[in-house]
Design a binder for this molecule. Sequence first.
Ligand code: SF4
Ligand code: SF4
Length: 96
Amino acid sequence: MDEKKVLVVEKSLENLKKCICMHCKSYTLGCKLKEMPKNMFEIMKHHKNFEEIKHLDGLFCAFGKSECITEEKECICNKCELYKTYCLDKSYYCIK
Ligand code: SF4
Ligand code: SF4
């Protein structure tokens, strides 16, 4: 049986829009409110060169761990469109 290769998730606004982390219980309201201003600033600053953003609290499979989320309440990554597109095979990208 062929094993699918995990692909590198592109840091793009298009992918950020597809990320469903905002609907996940692990991304608490407190963390959303705390990280939103920083996220907005980075997105506005780099809207023409999104790849240059070092960290965003979202699209964790591309940007890496959250600077706020610490508790595993659930992970809905496997319901995300990008999970299939990039053949992802893990969960809790925001923490691990
Ligand atoms: S796989 Fe998870 S972290 Fe990656 S975009 Fe989808 S919901 Fe967000
Ligand atoms: S990476 Fe998984 S656990 Fe973390 S916020 Fe996204 S869906 Fe939730």
